[in-house]
Design a protein around this ligand. Structure first.
Ligand code: SAM
Length: 500
């Protein structure tokens, strides 16, 4: 029976048993091998299988697998994953929470398209079987999308006299799927995707994309993913005799080259080498928690994405390589030990890179990591009120009220009273952020700091800021303090107030 080889079968089985989903969905079943693998991992869990031709059609001609606890969207019932009414279908299968579902794609469709469709439906755990390397394959893959100059081993040179070209030429002789520079690069030195093309649907459709589009695609993928994990091959090429995947561009095998006795003890010598010849970096991805948690409640997420994209396009904010590397190192460190994040790499960054890294982490709602970057900015350069305000806004978005209060407390403790002087824009943002986060005590504390720093004697409060503050204090039931602010405004601007 044809289908996935040994490496991916083991990987899918492993991930499925590890996640223990309430429902398994596969897109692309062919003769049912992957359905069988899912069934071995979870004997009692229902499966939905989407595939144009029902696997039972193959039974007449030879081996195929048809599962008894699987709903097939096949033949005349076929509906593409992207056109499925997921709310209805999941509801029909008693699934309330799409984050408890595992979706497996082996349908050779553009993975960016599939990723967007999965985000829209509220899924969280996905596996893509054919995660082709740059320059190979019949659809645009996550691995191709992530192939960017700031990623280790990523970004390529089309210069024919380069070290990369020489290495590629040599490796091409060993590994069938290795590509040399001639194969890698299309017109205009386009190396991304496949020679500058985004392929789809078994390469029945393809579209030339610019490097900028390719880069933006990676930014989108990075903004929605928390985990990208390429499943390693089971055993090294010298043990399996495989000749297809490029070991230099793949994770280390579980059973390393040279460990024949282990390979034998595991019973792997009984398999024909051909079953190991299909490794294409199968990948497990997990969406960040800030993606829509509730099914089809997309409005908040879309609003945020739109704002991010606009922010990115308007401000032209491109992160430097150093800032991107620092962010990635912190995210990796956070995953292995959230308690102790290293700051040495951050301390080497210049202030503008640190600030950009902070903004990016806040944009991704990575508040804990952002707090570390923030404290480095604070200790190295002294954080300004704009940075504090941004932290407050991000923490409020995550409902981290206690952290907001702690931040203001620390600001009061560490910063000289002068921090609130003369920074009217930052101060206004800070006050607005605290009021909209409903932080009464912190708002009062900021007001006290303003007074301590000479408001009313050595500097004058801006009229708009005063009005916002007074209104907020009054809303929090601090009428006396609000009256103080109002009388200052009357003194300075002859303001007229209608108290409500
Ligand atoms: C490589 S095979 C899948 C192999 C299978 N997962 C296994 O391990 O045995 C790809 C399958 O995707 C199916 N396919 C093609 N277009 C599809 C689509 N839009 N949605 C789902 N499946 C599709 C093909 O008919 C084919 O059966």
């Amino acid at each position: 029976m044809y289908g996935m080889g040994f490496d991916h079968s083991f990987g899918l089985w492993f991930i499925t048993r590890w996640l223990k989903p309430d429902l398994m969905i596969e897109s692309g079943a062919f003769k049912g091998h992957s359905t069988w693998v899912l069934r071995q991992a979870m004997p009692d869990t229902p499966i939905l299988s989407i595939t144009p031709r029902h696997p039972e059609k193959y039974l007449k001609k030879g081996p195929a697998y048809v599962d008894g606890n699987c709903t097939y969207f096949a033949g005349k019932d076929f509906v593409d994953f992207g056109s499925m009414d997921w709310e209805r279908v999941l509801g029909k299968h008693g699934i309330q929470d799409p984050t408890r579902v595992l979706v497996f794609f082996d349908d050779h469709q553009n993975e960016l398209k599939r990723l967007k469709q999965a985000v829209k439906a509220g899924f969280k755990h996905l596996v893509f079987e054919d995660n082709y390397d740059t320059g190979t394959g019949d659809h645009y893959s996550l691995r191709q999308i992530c192939d960017q100059p700031y990623i280790r081993g990523g970004g390529h040179s089309c210069f024919r006299d380069s070290d990369e070209a020489r290495i590629r030429y040599r490796r091409r002789k060993f590994w069938e799927k290795a590509v040399d520079t001639d194969e890698l690069c299309g017109p205009g030195e386009a190396w991304w995707g496949v020679r500058g093309y985004m392929r789809d649907d078994f390469n029945h459709s393809n579209k030339a994309i610019t490097y900028d589009e390719h880069f933006q695609n990676s930014r989108f993928v990075e903004s929605v993913l928390d985990v990208y994990w390429e499943v390693p091959p089971v055993a090294g090429p010298s043990l399996t005799h495989q000749t297809r995947y490029e070991p230099a561009r793949a994770p280390s095998p579980i059973v390393k080259d040279g460990r024949f006795s282990l390979f034998q003890r595991l019973g792997l010598t009984q398999f024909e080498p051909s079953v190991f010849n299909g490794y294409t970096q199968m990948v497990y991805v997990q969406f960040v928690d800030t993606c829509p948690i509730r099914l089809f409640d997309m409005s908040e997420w879309l609003r945020r994405q739109t704002r991010n994209l606009l922010g990115f396009a308007c401000a032209g904010r491109i992160l430097s390589t150093e800032a991107i590397q620092a962010i990635q190192a912190l995210k990796r460190a956070y995953r292995s030990d959230p308690e102790s994040l290293p700051t040495h790499a951050l301390r080497r960054l210049i202030k503008s890179d640190l600030t950009a890294a902070l903004k990016e982490l806040l944009r991704q709602d990575q508040c804990t990591i952002a707090a570390v970057v923030f404290s480095v900015i604070q200790s190295e350069y002294g954080a300004d009120l704009n940075a504090y305000a941004e932290m407050v806004v991000a923490l409020a978005r995550k409902g981290m009220a206690a952290e907001i209060d702690a931040l203001v407390y620390r600001m009061e403790e560490e910063a000289p009273a002068g921090i609130v002087r003369g920074e009217s824009r930052g101060l206004l943002r800070m006050v607005k952020a605290l009021i909209s986060a409903e932080r009464k005590e912190s708002t009062v504390r900021i007001y006290e700091m303003m007074k301590k720093s000479g408001m009313g004697s050595t500097w004058e409060v801006d009229e708009y800021l005063g009005r916002v503050l007074s209104k907020g204090l009054r809303r929090f039931g601090e009428g006396k303090l609000a009256d103080e602010v109002d009388s200052e405004l009357v003194r300075l601007y002859k303001a007229i107030f209608i108290k409500s």
